[in-house]
Design a protein around this ligand. Structure first.
Ligand SMILES: [Zn+2]
Length: 488
């Protein structure tokens, strides 16, 4: 009997030891610079747990930068911009009330990968890195034995800018095509993004392991320059003259003041991206996987057309044009069809964890799309276009959108609301009623924000779009620009 117990104990020690060794090997690509006595929460996350029993469902997450849902066929657009995405949508749930947490790439993408709103994960600006101890869905999947890979094509998602690359086994951020008006903003077009993703699926994926692949396309982001060899499908009948100053500077094409022409080109960018998304989904669907996979398609934020504080741009305020996003989810556990529940980009991380069979951490802001009812209110925030250095913040429920504007302190300067049932296009601001439950919830959120004014204190004077927060002369971006001849 004693001998039996000793054998069981020995086996247990071997199993535990091998689990720890495996965890530390899997974590080898992440930071290991700290001594054992000085572990971060992320280190503890990896060391504490043995391998979680995920069910082996592979995941493809596609994000298309700056994509408005109302410019897609599945959401009723009258132009054929998205036949491939529409075909995917026919076999999936299509969420009609989906919102980004911010109209800005980095904060919104970090919400997507963590399940937290920006006031919880703390990333408020472009070029601001994720905190080293914030756990992402990629970390969870890596720990569960998944192969994790990302193919990103926007320089602000480069590892140097956002530090998300450290969280994936494979992070392809090969951007080298400069924007016409901002040469420091490097990108990679959709055909090359799809090539890289398909190559990873075909050559680097290990057939005996489940995987998480995130692919981020940049093309609909301004300035709108569809490839010249891409077929041009859209032309307008009547020009819409607009004043040049209304157009965001980085999008302006000298002498072009026909708003309808900008819309045509935005739609061409979508149609071009759609063909490339079709190619990626076809390659993914051709894989022989042991479990039905999860496919998700969304955007990091929308885009003003001829609306908002600056035409054909995003980043500021919380108008629907910039915070509404498309969201498509395909998996046997999610009902196919149009779905009008309120959903947020922060629902993506818990949805992935839930569907692969991992525990969803308590206290996330997002909800899994598989649970019957999700959020009652949606939160989003955008930089204040009024120049206060603060934010516009909104809470949206089934019938009201409440907005509070504040400067660098957390004291509200202004507030307003929209009656979404009577005024779905949000033309008429109404009083918030300072005692409404939504107003009070939003005001309480602002008061308890660890960063007064909604941005980290050490970045208080950083302009969100003016280059790396921690830029240095030998940064990858600087080296790329030097190689391209933009700087000496
Ligand atoms: Zn973006």
């Amino acid at each position: 009997m004693k001998q039996k117990i000793a054998i069981i104990a020995l086996v247990a020690v071997i199993v535990l030891t091998s689990a720890v060794v495996e965890t530390s090997i899997q974590f080898s690509n992440a930071k290991q610079t700290q001594g054992v006595a000085n572990l971060s929460r992320l280190d503890e996350f990896f060391i504490a747990a043995t391998k979680e029993p995920a069910n082996g469902t592979s995941v493809l997450l596609i994000t298309i930068d700056t994509l408005r849902p109302d410019h897609l066929g599945m959401y009723g657009y009258n132009r054929q911009t998205s036949p491939k995405m529409d075909a995917l949508a026919k076999t999936a749930a299509v969420y009609t009330k989906a919102y980004a947490t911010a109209p800005l790439t980095t904060p919104s993408i970090v919400s997507m990968l963590t399940g937290y709103h920006p006031n919880r994960h703390g990333v408020r600006l472009l070029w601001q890195p994720i905190e080293s101890d914030t756990v992402t869905v990629a970390d969870h999947l890596h720990r569960a034995g998944y192969q994790t890979a990302a193919i990103v094509s926007n320089i602000v998602l480069g590892n140097e800018a956002c530090k998300l690359g450290d969280r994936f086994d494979h992070y392809d951020e090969a951007v080298d095509e400069p924007e016409p008006n901002r040469p420091h903003m490097l990108e990679r077009r959709a055909s090359r993004t799809t090539d890289a993703a398909v190559q990873w699926l075909e050559r680097h994926r290990q057939a005996d392991r489940p995987f998480f692949l995130w692919v981020h396309y940049i093309d609909p982001h301004g300035p709108y320059t569809p490839p010249s060899d891409s077929p041009m499908d859209f032309a307008h009948d009547k020009p819409i003259p607009i004043s040049e100053e209304k157009i965001a500077e980085y999008v302006r094409e000298p002498g072009l003041t026909d708003g309808a022409e900008y819309v045509d080109r935005y739609d061409e960018e979508i149609a071009y991206t759609d063909r490339e998304v079709g190619r990626l989904v076809a390659a993914f669907d051709a894989l022989e996987l042991s479990m039905p996979p999860l496919t998700l398609l969304t955007s990091d934020h929308g885009e003003n057309m001829m609306e908002g504080h600056a035409y054909f741009s995003h980043g500021y305020d919380v108008n629907d044009a910039v915070i509404r996003i498309p969201l498509i989810a395909r998996h046997p556990s999610i009902a196919v069809g149009m779905n009008d529940r309120l959903v947020s980009i922060s629902d993506i991380a818990p949805t992935i964890l839930d569907i692969v069979g991992l525990p969803v951490p308590t206290g996330l802001d997002g909800f899994s799309l598989t649970v019957p009812s999700g959020a009652i209110t949606i939160y989003a925030e955008g930089l204040d276009s009024g120049g206060s250095g603060g934010l516009h913040r909104t809470l949206i429920d089934a019938h009201t959108k409440t907005v509070i504007r504040h400067g660098r302190s957390n004291i509200p300067r202004e507030s307003w609301a929209f009656d979404l049932l009577r005024d779905p296009h949000q033309k008429d601001r109404i009083a918030t009623g300072n005692f409404s439950a939504t107003y009070r919830a939003l005001a309480a959120m602002i008061r308890s924000d660890p960063d007064p004014g909604g941005r980290p204190t050490h970045l208080a004077n950083h302009e969100h779009s003016h280059g790396p927060v921690a830029g240095n002369a030998d940064s990858k971006a600087t080296r790329a620009l030097r190689a391209l001849g933009y700087i000496e």
